[in-house]
Write a protein that binds this ligand. Structure first.
Ligand code: BES
Ligand code: ZN
Length: 635
């Protein structure tokens, strides 16, 4: 009874607030939560899509899908709301990959009528165009379809691959061009859609999406996403999932046995949001939740709006790897709000995000930690720069005819980060921070190209404050290979100390046991491993490992760094641990370089790694498989 009275009073209160609010304010609120999805002509060509985006635009997608774990298929319908941009055509081309299309209908005079469609020949990178030819410019089409068990954007996990081991698990990874393998859609980051969905799952499994959850209605989980987003941010996961709120805006979805440790690890997420809002303006997606995936997830994280997907390998127990959360959160501004128009401009998403991530880390965890993370990421970039063809070391790359997954490296991330840090240091934060904030506001909910960014940079900073940075320098950063001389050199006092200790140890002025007493952070140890010389003796390696426990570390980054070093040193004692690691983790960043390193070592190691891969392959994501397959096809 008390509850009902409270509810009535509460509703009355809400009603009176709305009734008394001046109209401009109401409009303002509405605009904030559901910005208009403007349909402007698209001038930059995206080589990765078949969609005729300047003839017709998909504005909203309504999915009705059933998850079938036995056949490993999603099946149902996608209803697409259309806006026709040219009178001369009533043909719509959609992107698909490995979809079985059973029917296409169009909405005409209040009825669904059968539409004419054909699925074109498939291209290995782009998939197959679905061409729908309509007699009229219909407002809506409905595609009835099913996915393939091999869908490149989905992974179907057996129950053994989950933490609970009781139920199977399924999730999507749509970036860069994999949304088309589970939704027939205009799969280009230049096009934004709002979406809604009804997802039927087998009991007792829960579905979550990159959207607001409207709960279970009848047999289906219902979702709605009122903000327009590109197709690569549409995401789904189904599994035995529970939710725990962490703060006003944040919470965690995870398997029951993982939930408590994830909450403890990531409870600074609200502080990260608050810090970012202060720097760059409001978080525009209301809720920010994390979904902890099983370890097969091929990435560290994926910035699916309202619900970042996160690898469990960052739950280290000491918050040492939470920069990954700062990174995925930062995408709520750089990437999800202002989006790269094509995958050639990926650095606009990832370079900006790495920069914003580091600013968040500085705000929440202090400058020392931020600088250490800069140094470590530059070390990773330098490794990549040595191995990559020059053309792939440019910020803006040319993907024509290539698979965007194959061109993936640290370059868009760390070179992009260093470019922005260079600009920040040149102009000063007093000028640079407002510029970035202006850029996020001006291009909110739009997709932009590198050229547009340079124009904006030129008019807002270069020209306003002449003599600081030249346009030539900007062009060098963007279109020339490698790192320019002007690239910042992150320096950490803490790392200088680590280096001194290591030198003393190498000179035998410091016992290994004394190293154990130093009480360093994970970052300091990562640096210690990074700078180990190539001429350590086996005795020294064994001694280090015995005292410091690198091989058995519970921190995935330390294990990864140590394994790389150990393999290059032929320190075979790591092999059982390397095998366990490769068979339990599916994160590409770790497993691809380890397989590559082993394959490039002796014939024995090549054969040994090949055997491990043969056993583990089926547990890896299709994307990881296509990165590793070629490694063992060369010899
Ligand atoms: N959006 C990326 C992941 C991605 C990039 C997927 C390109 C497909 C194509 C995500 O935000 C990311 O960068 N993850 C990193 C995080 C790290 C840099 C902190 C990862 O997975 O390691
Ligand atoms: Zn990212």
């Amino acid at each position: 009874m008390k509850g009902i009275v409270k509810t009535i009073i509460f509703q009355f209160a809400v009603f009176s607030v709305i009734a008394c609010t001046p109209i401009e304010k109401q409009v303002q609120v509405k605009h904030d939560s559901a910005p208009e999805n403007k349909v402007a002509p698209i001038s930059v060509a995206d080589e990765m899509t078949y969609a005729n985006v300047n003839d017709v635009r998909v504005k909203h997608v309504d999915l009705t899908l059933t998850t079938d774990f036995k056949s490993k298929k999603l099946s149902g319908t996608a209803e697409l709301q259309l806006v026709w941009l040219r009178e001369s055509t009533t043909t719509i081309k959609l992107d698909t990959r490995d979809l079985t299309i059973s029917d296409v209908r169009y909405w005409h005079k209040n009825a669904w009528l059968p539409g004419q469609f054909s699925l074109q020949d498939a291209d290995p990178v782009k998939g197959a165009a679905l061409v729908i030819e309509l007699p009229v410019a219909a407002d809506k089409v409905m595609v009835e379809y099913a996915t393939s068990p091999k869908a490149s954007g989905l992974q179907w996990l057996d129950k053994e691959q989950t933490a609970g081991k009781q139920h199977p698990f399924m999730y999507s990874q749509s970036q860069a061009i994999h949304a088309r393998s589970w939704i027939p859609i205009q799969d280009t980051p230049a096009v934004r859609v709002t979406y809604s969905a009804k997802i039927t799952t087998p009991s007792p499994l829960t579905a979550v999406m990159s959207a607001t959850s409207n709960g279970k209605v009848g047999t289906a989980f219902e979702f709605s996403m009122p903000q327009p987003i590109p197709a690569y941010l549409i995401a789904i996961a189904v599994g035995e999932l529970e939710y725990q709120a962490m703060s006003r805006q944040t919470g965690i979805w995870a398997e029951p046995s993982v939930l408590a440790s994830a909450v403890a690890e990531f409870d600074d997420t609200q502080a990260m949001i608050d810090a970012t809002e202060k720097l760059y303006g409001p978080y525009r997606w209301q809720q920010y939740d994390l979904l902890i995936l099983p370890p097969a997830f091929p990435f560290g994280g994926m910035e699916n709006p309202r619900l970042s997907f996160i690898t469990p390998t960052v739950i280290a127990g000491d918050k040492s790897l939470v920069n990954l959360i700062a990174h995925e959160l930062a995408h709520s501004w750089s990437g999800n709000l202002v989006t790269n128009a094509t995958w050639n401009d990926l650095w606009l998403n990832e370079g900006f995000t790495s920069y914003v991530e580091n600013r968040i880390m500085e705000e929440v965890f202090g400058e020392q930690r931020a600088v250490m993370e800069q140094w470590l990421s530059v070390a990773g970039l330098k490794r990549d720069l040595k191995a990559l063809p020059a053309a792939d070391t440019r910020l803006r790359i040319e993907l024509k005819g290539r698979d965007p997954d194959d061109a993936f490296s640290d370059v868009p991330y760390v070179k992009g980060h260093m470019f922005l840090l260079y600009l920040e240091q040149a102009f000063g934060r007093d000028k640079f921070d407002p510029f970035i904030r202006y850029y996020f506001d001006k291009y909110a909910f739009q997709s932009i190209s590198t050229d547009q960014f340079v124009k904006e940079l030129n008019s807002q900073l270069l020209n306003k404050y002449p003599g600081i940075v030249s346009l030539e320098m900007v062009n060098q950063w963007i279109d020339q290979p490698g790192l320019p001389e002007s690239s910042p050199n992150p320096q950490s006092d803490a790392f200088v100390k680590v280096q001194q200790y290591q030198q003393a140890w190498l000179n035998r002025n410091l016992a290994t046991a004394a190293l154990k007493q130093v009480n360093w952070t994970v970052h300091e140890w990562l640096y210690f491993i990074e700078i180990l010389p190539a001429n350590l003796t086996m005795t020294q390696m064994r001694e280090l490992d015995r005292q410091l426990g690198f091989t058995q570390s519970t921190n995935a980054e330390i294990q990864f760094a140590w394994f790389r070093y150990a393999i290059s040193q032929d320190y075979v004692a790591v092999e059982p641990a390397v095998k366990t690691f490769l068979q339990s983790v599916g994160r590409k960043k770790f497993i691809v370089p380890l397989y590559q390193l082993l394959a490039d070592s002796s014939t024995r190691e090549y054969e040994w790694a090949k055997g491990i891969y043969a056993e583990a392959r089926a547990t890896y994501h299709p994307m990881a498989q296509s990165s590793i397959d070629p490694i063992f096809k060369q010899k």
